[in-house]
Design a protein around this ligand. Structure first.
Ligand code: PLP
Length: 313
């Protein structure tokens, strides 16, 4: 697949020597992808950008939390391509079954949200509700913009988003027992799991959302991917998704995550974001303690650092 090079690839892959967890610990630095402040979404946008250059949509429409990392990077890309970006957003969208986050601090303005607005994206903000309601808003906005508006799924989790992470896996050898990453809209974990299927490397996603049914969505995304690129789709049971580290809910920092963030910062000088990577690293700390990750472990840092600058009332 053609791509527009936006990121600094391959991202650094290095050992964490100072943090002694009793395993050989490595880190993949997708916080340093370089495009529009980094993070895992840059990889997906390289392939999406090529598609948009070919199709020249009148606008690009997506949705997400108002502090979305994907919308921040998409906003910058839209600017570069000269295509308007619209996003349906909620401060703290939630899953109706799981309910609203237990401890809702009032997000005044997210760090990503500020950057998305400054980059010229139009954020259509709705009051907090179920994710399905947010998706409906996105489709209605796209409809209002006319037939040439392109919709990109939340988090860039389209088949091309999966493809980007199947490619990303090639930057890593097969020597790891486990790869741990934060997981939400799914293309990161679906891509890595696709790439390492049938090998001795196990991919473990740490959920940022309290939704056990997410693995069904991941299987669905895998079907879409294989429908376009070939191969056998992954089933829900092919995904290891640990839901124990979501804390109060999607978009709300957790105590374990904040502790994990301090551990990595103090030992290695590396920041984690509070919404995804800190919770994922909290999961890694716990899973190594439970001796469930093997001897050689890779933490895939997915970025998200502008959320460190979010302001709460
Ligand atoms: C979007 C995001 C994730 C989750 O990646 P998905 O491909 O959406 O599952 C993890 N970490 C950060 C910082 C993100 O922005």
């Amino acid at each position: 697949m053609d791509r527009i090079p936006l990121c600094c690839l391959p991202t650094p892959l290095h050992r964490l020597e100072r943090l002694d967890l009793g395993v050989e610990l490595w880190i993949k630095r997708d916080d340093l992808t370089g495009f529009a402040l980094g993070g895992n979404k840059g990889r997906k946008l390289e392939f999406l950008a090529q598609e948009w250059l070919n199709a020249s949509p009148s606008a690009i429409v997506t949705c997400g939390a108002s502090d979305s990392n994907f919308i921040r990077q998409l906003a910058v890309l839209g600017r570069m391509l000269g295509i308007a970006v619209h996003a349906a957003v909620m401060d703290l969208p939630y899953d109706e079954c799981a309910g609203r986050p237990a401890r809702v601090s009032n997000l005044h303005q997210g760090g990503n949200e500020r950057l998305s607005r400054e980059s010229g994206a139009t954020l259509h903000k709705f009051s907090d509700d179920d994710w399905e309601v947010l998706y409906d808003h996105m489709h209605r906005i796209a409809k209002d913009l006319g037939p040439n508006a392109a919709i990109v799924p939340i988090g860039g989790s389209s088949p091309l988003g999966v493809y980007a992470f199947v490619q990303a896996a090639k930057e890593v050898g097969g020597e790891f027992d486990t790869i741990v990453c934060a997981s939400s809209s799914g293309s990161t974990q679906v891509g890595l799991t696709t790439a390492f299927r049938g090998t001795s490397t196990k991919v473990v996603g740490i959920a940022a959302d309290p939704e056990p049914a997410l693995v069904e969505d991941f299987a669905d995304l895998s079907r879409q991917y294989t429908g376009r690129f070939g191969g056998k789709p992954l089933a829900p049971e092919d995904f290891t998704l640990d839901l124990r580290f979501v804390g109060p809910g999607y978009g709300v920092p957790s105590d374990a995550g904040q502790n994990a963030q301090a551990v990595l910062l103090r030992s290695e000088g590396i920041y984690l974001d509070p919404i995804y990577s800190a919770k994922a690293f909290a999961g890694l700390l716990k899973l190594t303690e439970e001796e469930r990750l093997g001897n050689k472990v890779l933490f895939w840092h997915t970025g998200g650092l502008p959320s460190l600058f979010s302001e709460y009332d």
